[in-house]
Design a protein around this ligand. Structure first.
Ligand SMILES: [Zn+2]
Ligand SMILES: [Zn+2]
Length: 107
């Protein structure tokens, strides 16, 4: 199973070479035979998924806020209310695990 394959691109209709190295690369990863030539595939990739189905991980997105304690810009995974202080991760953890009791009147 050595040797290049000549395939026809379904996008531009041009013949392109599916090299033996590429075949091995594809079969190793369980990919099926490509339908498009390399330039077309790269053009599709660079397009950024204009045809729909663009996968973007927005789960890590937060709301940019200023920490009420240290004043540093940070992001919180929720929508902060104007009348409530928001803390950066460090301050939040420090406040939570600080006193150990919860009430700050222990001093
Ligand atoms: Zn093509
Ligand atoms: Zn802070």
């Amino acid at each position: 199973m050595a040797g290049d394959m000549q395939l026809t691109c379904s996008d531009c209709g041009q013949e392109f070479t599916f090299t033996a190295a590429d075949q091995q690369f594809f079969s190793e990863r369980g990919f099926s035979t490509p339908k498009r030539c390399k330039p077309c595939r790269q053009a599709k990739k660079a397009d950024g998924g204009g045809g729909g189905g663009g996968y973007r991980s927005a789960s890590a997105q937060g709301t940019p806020v200023i920490c009420s304690n240290c004043g540093q810009p940070t992001t919180v995974p929720f929508e902060p209310r104007g009348d409530r202080p928001v803390y950066c991760r460090d301050c939040y953890v420090a406040r939570k695990g600080g006193g150990g009791g919860g009430r700050s009147a222990a001093r």
